[in-house]
Design a protein around this ligand. Structure first.
Ligand code: MIC
Ligand code: SF4
Length: 641
C-alpha cells in the first residue's frame, strides 16, 4: 500500500461514512464551520428548522463581512438575526468591521489538520494553514453545525510541485494565476489540489492562503499546503503556537496528476475579462489605460500584501485618471497598518480607504464607470459582478495593482527595481474584542432570536414527482456562474433573506424575461452547458430556481458545490449521456421524463422525450443523494431521519 497525501491523511482521520476510494461517496466529521452574512441567514434559518438547540462542532463562527452597506433596514436586520442566533446556539460572532471571514479565520481560528466547511466558496483559504476546508451550501453547513457529516465524492489528488523562489515583485497571486492558466476554471472539478516541493518553504501562510483561496476558481474541491515551520511561525505570531501540528504528504503518496511549477520562472500576470482562467502576462497584455484599481478581498488583503502596496504608494499620488480603493482584510491588518504609519502613506497618496469587508469584490459599491477598466486584486471577474455590465475587470496581484494606480496604465511591478524585504511580522497585533462569545448553555435559554421583516421563510421543496412534464424555460451556454443565476451586488444582496424578492433578478444577466416566464409556465427545466453553476457557494442559486418552480437542470457538466445545492434544494441535476444532444433542445420545447422517480430510485436509465426524440440522460446521484432528492431536499430528508 502506498503512502498518503495530506488530504488523504485528514480525510482518513475524519471519515465517518464510506471508503477512501476515488469517486465514491464519503462522509466527513466536521470540526469547524463558518458562515458569512450573505449566506448565513439561510444557514441559521435551516439550522433552526432542524430543531437542534446548540451547535455540536468544536468551533463555529458567524462572520459579518458581505452586506455592510446598510442602505435600508435589511442588512442590519440580518446582522441582528445572525448575532442573536450565534449567542443562543453557541457560535462565536465576528462583528461587522472585524474583517473578511477567510482572512480572520486564518488569523484567529484555523488549525492544521482540522476539517472546516463554510457557506462561502473561498473557505479553502484555510488550506494555507494545512486545514481541509471546503466551501458548501448553507444547508450542508447547518447539518454540520448540528453534528452531521459533510458528504462529498472522494476526489482525485493533484500535486503541484513548487521549486525555486519567486523573483522580486512576483507574487503568490501570480502562482495561482499560472495554475488557472494551465488547468482552467474546470480543471479542479472532482480534485483536491495539494502543494508540495522545496518551493513551499519560500511561501508564508498568508501567501499560501492566496493560492488556496483561488483554488475555488479552478472548481477544485479544495486546496491544501503542508503544515511546516512557516505554519508554526504564523501561528506563534498570532499567539496560537500551541495549535501547531506538523503535516506533510508521505514520500510515496500517489497522485493522479502532478504539475511542476518553478517559481523563479513566473512573471506578473493578470486574468483578463471575464474569466479567472483567461490569464496572460502583464507584458503580453500591454500598457492598457486603467480607470479604477481595487485592492483587498479575501485573496489579497493580508498585512504583508498591504505593506507592499503602502511602500509602492509612499510619497506618490494616485494617477489623475484612476480611482484607487483599498480594503484591509481584517481589523488586525488595518490596525497594524495604522500603527506603523503605512495607512497614512496610502491615505496621503490618495487611496480611498474602505472598511474591512468584501465591499467591491461582491459589487457592494465601487462599481466602475461604463466600459471602465478595473484592476482588482480579487478572485473573480465574471461578467457584471462589479455592478457595471460592460466593465473590463482584470485580476492582478497587489504589487501590479499599486504600481498601475500610480502610472494610470497596466504596469509590470518589476519596473520598480530591486524589492526591499517584506517579512511576515513575528508578532501580529492580537485583540479579539470584536469577536463576541456565545452565551453559556445556562444563559442561552434567555437569549431571544430577533427576526426583522426582511427575514422571510425559505421556499418549500417538493418530493420528486413520478414523471416530469414541463417546458424548457431557459437554455444557457458553458461556464454559467452563480453570479449569472443569482446575481449579487448592492441592489440585490440586501435581500438574501427574502427569496420571493430575489426571484425577480434570477438570470438577469442572461435573460431578463426569465423570472416572468418561469412564473407564467409554472416552472420547468433549465438546459445548461459545461461547468454549470461555477463560482459562489450561494444556495440562493438553487433556492430561487426552486421558488420559481425549476424541477430539473440538465447540463453537460456541473460545478461541485452548485450540484450539491441543487440536490439539497430538491432540484434534479442531470447530465447528457451524449453532450451533442444539448444542440437538439431549445427554449419552449415540451420536455417529458417518464417515471423519473422510479428511474432515480432504482438507478434505471433516464430518458428525456423532446421533439419526438429520445435523449439519454445520466444521474450521478449516490445513495444518500437519491434519498434526498426523493424526499424533496436535504431539510425534509434530515427532518425525516
Ligand atoms: C462570492 O465571492 O461570490 C461570495 C459572495 O463570497 C459567495 C458567497 C455568496 O454568494 O454569498 C461565495 O464565494 O460563495
Ligand atoms: Fe468576500 Fe469577495 Fe472573498 Fe467572496 S470572494 S468572500 S465576496 S472578499
Amino acid at each position: 500500500m502506498s503512502g498518503l497525501t495530506i488530504a488523504q491523511k485528514i480525510i482518513k482521520a475524519h471519515l465517518v461514512e464510506g471508503e477512501m476510494i476515488k469517486g465514491s461517496p464519503i462522509g466527513l466529521r466536521i470540526d469547524q464551520t463558518l458562515t458569512q452574512d450573505a449566506t448565513g441567514t439561510m444557514a441559521y434559518l435551516e439550522f433552526e428548522a432542524m430543531g437542534i438547540p446548540r451547535v455540536k462542532t468544536e468551533l463555529s463562527v458567524a462572520y459579518i463581512d458581505h452586506n455592510t452597506l446598510q442602505n435600508g433596514f435589511m442588512n442590519a436586520d440580518d446582522h441582528l438575526y445572525i448575532r442573536t442566533c450565534a449567542k443562543k446556539y453557541g457560535l462565536y460572532f465576528s462583528r461587522p468591521g472585524n474583517g473578511i471571514c477567510h482572512q480572520v479565520h486564518l488569523e484567529r481560528f484555523g488549525v492544521p489538520g482540522k476539517t472546516l466547511i463554510g457557506s462561502d466558496s473561498h473557505t479553502p483559504t484555510g488550506g494555507g494553514l494545512g486545514m481541509l476546508a471546503f466551501g458548501a451550501g448553507g444547508l450542508d453547513v447547518a447539518v454540520a453545525m448540528g453534528g452531521g457529516a459533510y458528504h462529498i465524492t472522494m476526489p482525485e489528488m493533484v500535486r503541484v510541485n513548487l521549486t525555486g523562489k519567486l523573483n522580486d515583485w512576483v507574487s503568490a497571486k501570480d502562482v495561482i494565476l499560472e495554475v488557472l492558466r494551465r488547468l482552467s476554471v474546470k480543471g479542479g472539478v472532482g480534485r483536491i489540489i495539494e502543494y508540495g516541493g522545496e518551493g513551499v518553504k519560500t511561501l508564508s501562510v498568508p501567501e499560501r492562503g492566496t493560492i488556496t483561496n483561488m483554488g475555488a476558481e479552478l472548481g477544485a474541491s479544495t486546496s491544501v499546503f503542508p503544515s511546516d515551520e512557516n505554519t508554526r511561525l504564523f501561528l506563534a505570531a498570532q499567539g496560537r503556537a500551541e495549535q501547531f501540528v506538523e503535516l506533510s504528504a508521505d514520500e510515496d503518496a500517489e497522485y493522479d496528476l502532478v504539475i511542476d511549477i518553478d517559481l523563479s520562472t513566473l512573471v506578473p500576470a493578470a486574468a483578463c475579462p471575464h474569466s479567472p482562467d483567461n490569464v496572460k502576462s502583464i507584458e503580453e497584455i500591454g500598457a492598457i489605460k486603467v480607470d479604477q484599481v481595487c485592492i483587498g478581498s479575501c485573496t489579497n488583503s493580508s498585512f504583508v500584501d498591504l505593506m507592499k502596496v503602502a511602500h509602492i504608494l509612499k510619497g506618490k499620488t494616485v494617477n489623475e485618471g484612476v480611482s484607487l480603493s483599498i480594503a484591509p482584510g481584517s481589523k488586525q491588518v488595518y490596525n497594524m497598518l495604522a500603527a506603523c504609519g503605512a495607512l497614512s502613506w496610502m491615505i496621503d497618496a490618495g487611496a480611498r480607504i474602505l472598511e474591512s469587508a468584501c465591499g467591491p469584490c461582491i459589487g457592494m459599491g465601487q462599481s466602475p464607470q461604463s466600459a471602465g477598466v478595473s484592476l482588482r486584486t480579487f478572485n473573480r471577474n465574471f461578467l457584471g459582478r462589479s455592478g457595471t455590465k460592460d466593465a473590463q475587470v482584470y485580476l492582478v496581484s497587489p504589487e501590479t495593482a499599486a504600481i498601475s494606480a500610480l502610472t494610470g496604465v497596466l504596469t509590470d511591478p518589476r519596473t520598480l527595481g530591486a524589492m526591499p524585504e517584506f517579512p511576515m511580522p513575528s508578532v501580529f497585533a492580537v485583540n479579539d474584542n470584536m469577536i463576541a462569545k456565545p452565551a453559556s448553555v445556562e444563559d442561552a435559554a434567555e437569549v431571544e432570536v430577533v427576526r426583522g421583516p426582511n427575514i422571510k421563510p425559505f421556499p418549500e421543496s417538493r418530493p420528486l414527482e413520478e414523471s416530469i412534464s414541463c417546458e424548457c424555460i431557459l437554455k444557457v451556454g458553458d461556464n454559467i456562474t452563480t453570479d449569472h443565476i443569482m446575481p449579487a451586488g448592492a441592489k440585490i444582496l440586501p435581500y438574501r433573506s427574502n427569496i420571493p424578492y430575489l426571484s425577480n433578478f434570477c438570470f438577469e444577466v442572461c435573460d431578463e424575461e426569465f423570472p416572468a416566464r418561469a412564473k407564467e409556465k409554472n416552472g420547468g427545466i433549465i438546459i445548461g452547458g459545461e461547468n454549470y453553476g461555477q463560482g459562489s457557494s450561494r444556495e440562493h442559486a438553487a433556492l430561487v430556481p426552486l421558488y420559481l418552480g425549476v424541477k430539473a437542470v440538465i447540463a453537460k457538466s456541473f460545478a461541485r458545490i452548485h450540484a450539491a445545492n441543487l440536490v439539497n434544494a430538491g432540484i434534479l441535476p442531470l447530465t447528457f449521456a451524449n453532450p451533442e444532444d444539448y444542440d437538439a433542445l431549445s427554449l419552449g420545447d415540451k420536455l417529458v421524463i417518464s417515471d423519473a422517480r422510479a428511474c432515480i430510485k432504482e438507478g434505471r436509465e433516464i430518458v428525456l422525450s423532446a421533439n419526438g426524440k429520445n435523449i439519454k440522460l445520466v444521474s450521478s446521484l449516490s445513495g444518500r443523494d437519491i434519498d434526498i432528492i426523493l424526499a424533496g431536499g436535504l431539510l425534509e430528508y434530515t427532518k425525516a431521519n
